[in-house]
Design a protein. Structure first.
Length: 290
């Protein structure tokens, strides 16, 4: 699906909010700040809020070091507020949920946001695979709900998958496409389907690479080198799995196996590594040591 009307950049709402300040949420907040919006970042408690703010501060400071800020890091960070209450989203014109990939948790958070903001406020989810239609049930009216799937690490990634549900209003899609361009990223518009476009293809490749390691076809390093040099992928599927998190990949694969069939059944090796705590970069060990 092509982006509607090849929309130009559209000014972001003066105030935006991100719920969830982990690596993805902090990266999204960073992108919104650099695009000129005032951002409220919502976390569960004061310690998590402080850690989330620290992530954004580091990202903004790195942008300053690279010379990509239009103003000072201090000025950009003055537009960031962290809070531990969902009420912090009340004045936002766009709210992006970026909590863990749990349907129940996302529905709970999105429902709380929908009860806090006005009915015309756009609510987005950063899910990488869950159904937009199902999540929209928590955010009436469903026409204002959309998927904005950012990629990790957000500051370095040039892509955002704009995922439309059955009820998503065309004007909301057009605004979302424009906002993505304002953040300096390229949007692709995808109809709601399990795994969308990127997770579906990326997981399929990653699972097959894991099966090849389990079968002794080649080492993780050689498989990744083959894909990087032979197919010009910027990073191999196994190193990417380490960066995404083996537990995250396992969760997406389980969901895709349930919705699309056995071809997405997670390999035994992936299950074993997750059960042993080998989750990739965040645990210090995956297919590579970190």
């Amino acid at each position: 699906m092509t982006t509607p009307g090849r929309s130009a950049a559209v000014e972001l709402p003066p105030e935006t909010a991100v719920v969830g300040g982990g690596r993805m949420g902090a990266g999204i907040a960073h992108a919104l700040l650099l695009a000129g919006s005032t951002v409220t970042l919502v976390e569960t408690d004061s310690a998590a809020a402080a850690a989330a703010r620290a992530r954004v501060v580091r990202a903004v400071e790195r942008s300053a070091e690279r010379g990509t800020l239009a103003t000072s890091a201090h000025r950009v960070l003055s537009q960031l507020t962290t809070t531990t209450t969902i009420d912090g989203t009340a004045s936002a014109g766009l709210v992006i949920e970026a909590v863990s990939e749990s349907p129940a948790l996302k529905a709970s958070v999105l429902g709380a946001v929908a009860r806090t903001v006005g009915p015309s406020v756009v609510i987005a989810t950063n899910t990488s695979s869950l159904s937009i239609d199902e999540l929209s049930l928590a955010t009436p009216p469903a026409g204002r709900f959309i998927g904005l799937h950012f990629f990790n690490p957000v500051p370095a990634s040039g892509l955002v998958e704009v995922v439309t549900g059955t009820a998503t209003a065309p004007e909301v899609t057009a605004r979302a496409v424009g906002w993505v361009r304002t953040m300096g990223k390229t949007p692709v518009v995808v109809r709601d389907s399990p795994g969308f476009a990127t997770s579906r293809l990326g997981v399929a490749l990653g699972l097959e690479a894991i099966r090849m390691v389990a079968d002794g076809v080649a080492s993780a390093e050689d498989i990744d080198t083959a894909m990087s040099l032979g197919y010009r992928h910027p990073i191999g599927p196994l190193r990417l799995t380490d960066l995404v998190g083996l537990d995250v990949r396992l969760g997406i694969a389980q969901y895709l196996a349930k919705t699309l069939g056995s071809r997405f059944e997670p390999p035994a090796l992936l299950r074993e590594m997750v059960s042993e705590g080998h989750l990739g970069q965040k645990s210090g060990q995956g297919f590579y040591p970190w």
